[in-house]
Design a protein around this ligand. Sequence first.
Ligand code: CUA
Length: 307
Amino acid sequence: MHLRVLSPASPQAVALLSVWNVCFWVCGLILAVVTIAILYIMIRFRRRDASEPVQTTGNQKIEIAWTIVPILLVTFLFALGVVAARAVDRPIRRAPDILVIGHQWWWEVRYPASGFTTANEVHLPIGRDMLIGIESADVIHDFWVPRLGRKIDAIPGRRNFVWIRAEEAGEYAGACAEYCGAQHAWMRFRVDVQPPAAYDAWLTHQSAPAAEPATADAKLGQTLFGQLTCESCHNITGFHKQEPYAPDLTHVASRQMLAAERLENTPSNLRDWLHEPDVLKPGSFMPNLKLSDSDLSRLTAYLETLQ
Ligand code: CUA
């Protein structure tokens, strides 16, 4: 999964790429003309003897040409930009389907109609116009999924919007595109585009409260989760209600990656993350609680039940 700008998978990204393509060739043509002209002049008018070459001042035809041609080019590119902007930024006449909130250094993802919150993973149905509201909880971030749409800033105290209509099922890499501090590079996320039935099943699953721990270790882990004050920052619906200062963990085990794409979500990686978050993601606000081996096992066992 890469940030491939050149293989668009939504009408929005296609519109952006078509502007990019035209600009690329227009600018390439200008570069070629200027380079060839300079090379020609360097050779044709090179110094052959000590005398001054013939001087020419003013040529009305050339001056008219180099005024008109750039005006036409810029007007053409402007019109192209307006057409693409209209295709990408359509009017907003309703509440967003999804709310994405940038945090240092992860993404909170809310589905208001279904009433749940998740993190670092946005799911979209194929072929539906989805309106995504973009906000920030702290500093300026920027939501960017190159294959699906434009970059859009996440600005504190303001809600921006982006339309995405994903046309192909699959996973798409996303990244924060505005420098936002130590872990800006690990503020990644993914967009999972699913057929409508799979998308609806995902919504239903995510809306359910957290599973109750079944094993003794997992039950002890659940108690630790409260004692160690994990619950002061993380919400687990059905167990503990908390404003999301940190990623919602209700269904953390169902997610593919941990810590904003830093690690694949496996039990051993989860354990490593709980053990040394400051090593895996220096500067992260997830504290190193200096957990003992048995506490690490119990917490991991508990979090793994949160499918
Ligand atoms: Cu958030 Cu860069």
